[in-house]
Design a protein around this ligand. Structure first.
Ligand code: NAD
Ligand code: TYD
Length: 355
């Protein structure tokens, strides 16, 4: 028996695999296409661990997935694989439709074929957990109540629309075919192994390199932030005890404006690694052109997960951010590995910077 994880060389999937194998002996079959966002260096500590079976493959390759499911007698699939960056979805939405929509469909079909072939008891124990985002719910006004699981889907970016489509497919495969599914909708994650195209790692690395810290628009957009290890523990809990066909919101109760996040990061760096000239990293903040269709506010009501399954985040924003800053200061080899080639090209096109 094993669990099959897709997208396990990415940010959240990588953290999930590391955490899982730190506390379970059950093997992990890790299926990842290794796009620009996939990085095996994240999993370097598992190189000679027989419990980690890495397979480079596309979730859209149903035949390959079917073979792996049978070969390893998989009892649960956790689907992290996706194109995940909103800005990239604006400049090139095609890959988002391909992986997030078509890929999820093909994965569901491969899983359904396998699941249908299982004995009754194994079918009943089987789980397909789909990892999704709060962005499917759209954007909130300043005084609106946080998103509950009942909030209607109103995705605004190609990324969130493709994730919404995948959530609907997962829901339909449960209602129509009885596939035992669970869905989680989580807010913005941060923590170790976060690819530096996303706000927090991008700001940390730019700050240390003496580069501008780009804030889109007025910086008053609000996001809820959750430390990645807390997201991983929520997924483990939902996998273990979630009610079939249900969706669970996951959030950190940490609503912050982007400007607050960036200023806090600057303050933490001022303390941990002061600039040579003794001035604050805040001086590197620059307001730049806004993201088209930029959602103003996300906020997550995660009370269902707490009430039904007893899950709560362990980290506060302050404690999680401190750990994150420390991690980025101490893991220069990992950073060097991900900031080469294609990353430089992305930074140049997105921010018109000379690297
Ligand atoms: P990521 O971009 O860091 O990692 C995605 C991984 O999926 C990469 O390793 C990539 O190689 C792999 N992948 C992409 N296309 C693939 C395909 N066709 N077949 C197989 N593998 C493929 O993303 P992340 O931030 O780790 O997000 C993981 C999941 O969590 C996504 O589904 C995302 O929508 C969701 N999510 C992310 C956040 C966040 O803040 N990062 C918040 C809520 C939900
Ligand atoms: P991001 O990390 O891309 O996550 P998401 O778009 O999924 O929320 O962005 C977080 C917030 O930070 C979002 O409101 C956009 C903003 N942002 C900037 O202001 N500057 C940047 O350079 C980036 C990458 C994001």
């Amino acid at each position: 028996m094993a669990v099959l994880i897709t997208g396990g060389a990415g940010f959240i999937g990588g953290n999930f695999v590391l955490d899982w194998l730190a506390s379970h002996d059950e093997p992990v079959v890790n299926v990842d296409k290794l796009t620009y966002a996939g990085n095996l260096q994240t999993l370097a500590s598992l190189q000679s661990d027989p419990r980690h079976i890495f397979v480079q493959a596309d979730i859209g390759d149903g035949e390959r997935i079917g073979t792996l499911l049978r070969q390893y007698q998989v009892r649960a699939v956790i689907n992290f694989a996706a194109e995940s960056h909103v800005d990239r979805s604006i400049s090139g939405p095609g890959e988002f439709i391909q992986t997030n929509v078509v890929g999820t469909f093909r994965l569901l079909e491969a899983v359904r074929a396998y699941w249908s072939s299982l004995a009754e008891a194994e079918q009943a124990a089987f789980r397909f957990l789909h990892v999704s985002t709060d962005e499917v719910y759209g954007s909130l006004g300043a005084c609106d109540a946080a998103f509950t699981e009942q909030h209607r889907y109103e995705p605004n970016s190609p990324y969130s629309a493709s994730k919404a489509a995948s959530d609907h497919l997962v829901r339909a495969w449960h209602h129509t075919y009885g596939l035992p599914v669970l869905t989680t909708n989580c807010s913005n994650n941060y923590g170790p192994y976060h690819f530096p195209e996303k706000l927090i790692p991008l700001v940390l690395l730019n700050a240390l390199a003496g580069k501008p810290l780009p804030i889109y628009g007025d910086g008053q957009q609000v996001r809820d932030w959750l430390y990645v290890k807390d997201h991983c523990s929520a997924i483990r809990r939902v996998l273990e005890a979630g009610r079939l066909g249900e969706t669970y919101n996951v959030g950190g109760w940490n609503e912050k404006t982007n400007l607050e996040v960036v200023q806090t990061l600057c303050d933490l760096l001022d303390e941990a690694q002061p600039r040579a000239d003794g001035r604050s990293y805040r001086e590197q903040i620059r307001f730049v052109k806004d993201r088209p269709g930029h959602d103003r506010r996300y906020a997550i009501d995660a009370r269902k997960l707490e009430r039904e399954l007893g899950w709560k985040p362990q980290e506060t924003f302050e404690s999680g951010l401190k750990k994150t800053v420390k991690w980025y200061l101490h893991n220069t080899a990992w950073i060097e590995g991900v900031t080469s080639g294609s990353y430089r090209q992305w930074m140049q096109t997105q921010y018109q910077q000379d690297e």
